[in-house]
Design a protein around this ligand. Structure first.
Ligand code: ZN
Length: 599
């Protein structure tokens, strides 16, 4: 799925959420009667100020959060803007630190920490990480324009007018990008090229042709066409620049995509918000790899006679590989992938309701669609939800069509997303994974918790949901369990791969061999994952980190509650705190185990 994005062009993707939350903890109409209440009310006022200043400085983030007061403002991602962003962070940090943490309500203390962590991380990104210097793919005008047209609560005319203003700034936008990019990597240059290549044709097709149906005046339509034309020319200039840059980097060498271990560690601590350091998580992942292989071996040995003739191979990896290979042959045809996904969603919903596992909102439909062109290039499937202010917006389940693949490559991909693992994918992305969690986050009484969402909690929840569904009896069969472990091995190896790529100089050949031989992944999947490990850092480790933390928290609460433990209650209470780091939710749940949920 996509994650958060702050400053819009410094974070790669974004978290979203929906709903008009009532986020004030203090009631402004009744006078506070003690100093604690006073602090609580003034902290609520501070949160409002923080958000309103944030939307000023980052109107693109506001747009994706579904807050439309600044749709006419456009960020030019230059040094002056980065300076203003740093000033904003410093000013807010000062205000935040004026509050005594102990005087705040428990849920406000979490907000305090979320704002604190966000400000620290953003300053670190601007001053130390500096992706604007080396990552050309952070500069992309298309997502904010697409957001305008996806926003349900905007009038068609508002969308066209705001898009027109955005198109008018394209030349300045890409000029600022080029002067920021002092030392790009080859890999991120190629990603930017891929994402921009089809943009001119896509814009022409999507916007110029629908303009006529709008109620804009003749003059406005002409202006729109002129601005679109100028924007297309600006993107074409940028594509030429990227192509020349690519050739130069190929000929002369470029900055490495690998982070230095010290920077990796800093990014890990800032971005994941985990309780443990990267070395500990890495060691935990290596141990999990071995126990998972043992479980897979037991299942493969049991299933072997059903699927293979001849004696059981003596070697463990070979036994597992052969049975997994047989099960992977059951998969949809390339052109039927999206339909296969669509067909499974109602079955997952029925199971969750029948077992009473977690609250599902009956009024929020999930729309399965082809991934929009501008967003293609990294993941195969993702959830794309509207922002927390845009209660009417649709939640999309993006599935990237395989039409750009050769038949051989498409089949290799589908052996990976076969009839078994496709079910796990749908649990992860949709129900009760990301889609369910994001809707929940948007109902949370704290807008801060919805907006400053923690990717580790979000991915951890989706991975936890896979395991929990199987433990509760979904699709009960040794085949599904074996394929689940293979799938889960991917989460484990994501962590191993990410750590070794950035800390131990793991090379491409060894990285792909690890995924293929010990993770039983298809060649195409392993190659894609390698690519992702070169384009991202730390994020691949968030899945295993978050999963481990949520699973241990559940076990801890379960053993404390004994026979009183109810799974549905744990899930509803856990999710009611928004996408906060697990360590903060843990504190809230342990302090106040019977806190009412939003349902
Ligand atoms: Zn995910």
């Amino acid at each position: 799925m996509k994650q958060r994005l702050v400053p819009f062009y410094l974070f790669a993707c974004l978290l979203a959420g929906t709903s008009n939350c009532t986020h004030t903890a203090g009631d402004k109409t009744s006078p506070p009667s003690s100093s604690a209440q006073m602090d609580s009310a003034s902290f609520s006022a501070f949160e409002q100020r923080f958000l309103s200043a944030l939307w000023q400085i980052d109107p693109e983030w506001a747009l994706s959060a579904g807050y439309y007061a600044h749709i006419d403002q456009v960020t030019i991602p230059d040094e002056a803007h980065r300076r203003r962003y740093r000033d904003f962070c410093q000013a807010m940090e000062k205000e935040l630190k004026a509050f005594a943490l102990t005087e705040l309500k428990a849920s406000q203390q979490t907000d305090w920490w979320l704002i604190h962590d966000f400000l620290a991380e953003t300053q670190w990104r601007l001053e130390t990480f500096q992706s604007h210097v080396w990552n050309p793919s952070v500069f992309n005008l298309s997502p904010s324009i697409a957001r305008l047209f996806e926003a349900q609560s905007l009038q068609n005319e508002q969308r066209f007018r705001a898009a027109s203003r955005r198109f008018a700034t394209a030349a300045a936008y890409y000029e600022a990008a080029r002067s920021s990019l002092k030392d790009p990597t080859l890999e991120h240059t190629q990603l930017a090229l891929l994402q921009h290549a089809s943009m001119p044709a896509y814009w022409q097709k999507s916007y110029a042709t629908t303009l006529e149906s709008s109620q804009l005046t003749r003059a406005e339509k002409q202006e729109f066409q002129a601005n679109l034309k100028a924007a297309i020319a600006a993107v074409e200039t940028h594509i030429d620049w990227l192509k020349k840059l690519e050739s130069r980097l190929q000929a002369q060498g470029a900055r490495s995509f690998r982070l230095q271990p010290a920077i990796y560690r800093q990014k890990f601590m800032h971005e994941l918000g985990a309780a443990s350091a990267p070395e500990e998580i890495y060691a935990k992942a290596l141990a999990a790899k071995e126990t998972t292989l043992q479980k897979m071996d037991a299942l493969a040995t049991e299933l072997y006679p059903r699927y293979r003739k001849g004696p059981l191979p003596a070697e463990r990896l070979k036994r597992i590989q052969e049975v997994v290979g047989e099960l992977s042959r059951k998969h949809p045809e390339p052109q039927a992938l999206r339909q296969a996904i669509e067909a499974q969603i109602p079955a997952l919903e029925r199971f969750v309701r029948a077992k009473d596992l977690v609250y599902l909102d009956p009024n929020k439909p999930l729309v399965v669609r082809d991934t929009p062109l501008y967003a293609r290039g990294v993941a195969g499937a993702s959830i794309d939800a509207p922002g927390p202010y845009d209660s009417g917006g649709e939640t999309y389940y993006n599935v990237t069509p395989l039409d750009a693949y050769s038949r051989e490559k498409a089949l290799s991909y589908l052996r990976e997303y076969n009839d078994y693992t496709l079910q796990i994918l749908n649990i992860h992305e949709a129900i009760p994974g990301h889609y369910t969690q994001l809707l929940y986050a948007n109902r949370s009484p704290s807008l801060i918790k919805s907006l400053l969402g923690n990717g580790t909690m979000i991915e951890g929840w989706a991975v936890y949901a896979e395991r929990m569904m199987l433990e509760e009896g979904y699709g009960q069969s040794p085949e599904l369990w074996l394929m689940y472990y293979k799938w889960h091995m991917r989460v484990i190896l994501n962590t191993v791969l990410d750590y070794e790529v950035h800390n131990k100089n793991l090379d491409r050949e060894a990285g792909i061999a690890l995924l293929r031989d010990q993770g039983f992944q298809e060649q195409a999947e392993a190659e894609e994952k390698w690519k992702r490990a070169t384009l991202s850092q730390v994020q691949l480790a968030s899945y295993f980190t978050g999963y481990s933390e949520i699973y241990s928290l559940r076990e801890e609460i379960k053993s404390k509650a004994g026979s009183q433990f109810k799974l549905r209650e744990f899930h509803d209470q856990f999710l009611a705190h928004g996408s906060a780091p697990v360590k903060y939710i843990r504190e809230l749940l342990l302090k106040n185990p019977s806190a009412p949920t939003t349902h």
